[in-house]
Design a protein. Structure first.
Length: 475
């Protein structure tokens, strides 16, 4: 992956990154509000040793004091000093608790020692720090006084007394929220990259080609339209509607499959259910019929037939009735428009796979394709059942419908294997429910061809046309 890939991931999955960032910042905010504020008070001490008058003695005394300060920084946090402070102030906490809240530091190349104590109360923090400093100075005097003498060669003196702090040292809202924002960005982007690398849903033409191992033509790109739920068919839409144009592009590209061949017959199928194959078959048949060709739409999904319902026609008499020898094809075929006819599924049989693979079904297809310019067969999905594969083998091939962002590469690969197992031909794919294309630098994004369905290219009329070309000049 290069920089462009990371930028694309950030652009496409910005909602995930933003959600993680907001969650991290909110969590940090709750933590900051719930944590008890801690106040810290600091006292500074100076360590000195008696020195002679010569420069060498002064230097040796300074070095000795610096060495002593390093040891004192450890002793002041020790249990002995803490026990004396607890006893002196009559604290209810243990020496270990006080030791955990005590910190020390030594200023570099100096004999200055600082001690700090934190506490939820600022006054108590000042009292504890001052008591620790005073106790330690006494403790140093005891440690450094030789036996039989009254004066110690090393002395620790308080130079800066502990004061009452006016603001807490923790929690730090600015620091916490800033760290949460940075960590949220890193975590969100990391999750986005991980999701991208593990997401095998088909979202591009490259994904389709990489699975099939060859350049499978994307015959059409049908973008998402919220109005489809109300009416999935395009026959009631205006001729310049973007959805109608998308199916016209599909019709045009389909003409280049087996160019010059008459009486074409294709199976419209998908890898799994709910990919949009039935509406694709119905709308494609409609726009082909609008071009002047005679089209027969066959409802070969004998398990979940929907075509007759979509077209508002009777579906009880159809394929199963013909195969049982009860009616002739002419009696079962219904007219949708002047050039578009429908052969419904008929009653749902207990053995749909056997009926569709039967010699009678093959003879029926051979007969029907000779009577129509184009025969489109709405078949069941390839992976749940085996019905579609034999039909594809008995026709000119299959057109597979892929739902953008839903169909996975594994499902697509398994569907291709199902077709290959019966020597069926994959003529091309149709992508449904893809997002509206975004125009970048004069071109649109997407799978398909043409003007880029989504921008619209309807005729200009009325005031819109006059505003573009100017008002007509007066004679």
């Amino acid at each position: 992956m290069d920089v462009k890939d990371y930028l694309r991931i950030a652009r496409e999955r910005w909602l995930m990154i933003a959600f993680v960032c907001v969650t991290a910042v909110v969590a940090a905010g709750f933590y900051t509000l719930s944590v008890t504020p801690q106040y810290e008070s600091t006292a500074r001490m100076f360590v000195k040793t008696p020195a002679g008058d010569s420069g060498g003695e002064l230097q040796q005394g300074g070095q000795f004091s610096q060495q002593r300060v390093k040891s004192y920084a450890t002793l002041i946090k020790g249990e002995e000093v803490a026990s004396r402070v607890v006893e002196k102030l009559k604290l209810e906490e243990t020496p270990q608790d006080l030791m955990a809240r005590t910190t020390t530091s030594v200023e570099l190349d100096t004999v200055v020692l600082s001690v700090s104590v934190t506490d939820p109360s600022p006054e108590r923090a000042q009292e504890l720090t001052q008591t620790v400093a005073e106790t330690f100075t006494s403790y140093v005097r005891e440690l450094e006084t030789p036996d039989g003498e009254q004066d110690a060669p090393v002395k620790a003196s308080i130079v800066d007394r502990a004061t009452v702090p006016d603001s807490p040292v923790s929690p730090n809202p600015t620091r916490n929220l800033g760290l949460a924002l940075v960590l949220g960005l890193l975590l969100g982007f990391g999750l986005a990259v991980l999701r991208e690398m593990t997401d095998n849903r088909i979202t591009s033409r490259d994904a389709i080609s990489s699975v099939s191992g060859r350049e499978v033509p994307v015959l059409g790109d049908i973008h998402y339209d919220r109005e489809v739920a109300k009416d999935p068919l395009v026959r009631e839409l205006k001729g310049h509607h973007p959805r109608v144009e998308a199916f016209r592009v599909l019709r045009t590209n389909l003409q280049f499959i087996d160019a010059g061949t008459n009486h074409k017959c294709y199976v419209i199928t998908s890898a799994v259910p709910s990919e949009g194959k039935t509406t694709t078959a119905a709308n494609l048949a409609q726009v082909i019929a609008d071009s002047g060709q005679r089209v027969l739409l066959i409802e070969a999904d004998l398990r979940r037939p929907k075509l007759a319902e979509y077209l508002k026609l009777e579906g009880s008499v159809g394929i199963t009735t013909i195969l049982l020898g009860r009616v002739d094809p002419e009696d079962a075929i219904q007219q949708v428009t002047e050039r578009l006819h429908l052969l419904p599924s008929g009653r749902i049989p207990p053995n749909p796979a056997e009926l569709l693979e039967s010699p009678e079904m093959g003879k029926l297809l051979d007969r029907l394709r000779q009577e129509y310019d184009v025969v489109l067969i709405d078949a069941p999905p390839l992976l749940p059942v085996t019905d579609a594969a034999p039909l594809a083998a008995a026709t000119d091939g299959a057109i597979m419908v892929i739902k953008h962002g839903s169909t996975t590469t594994d499902q697509y690969a398994s569907a291709i294997e199902r077709l290959a197992s019966v020597d069926a031909r994959l003529c091309g794919t149709v992508v449904t429910m893809s997002p509206q294309p975004k125009k970048r630098r004069g071109r649109s994004t997407g799978y398909g061809y043409g003007y880029g369905y989504g921008y619209g290219y309807e005729p200009e009329t009325g005031a819109r046309k006059r505003s573009r070309f100017g008002s007509p000049s007066k004679a």
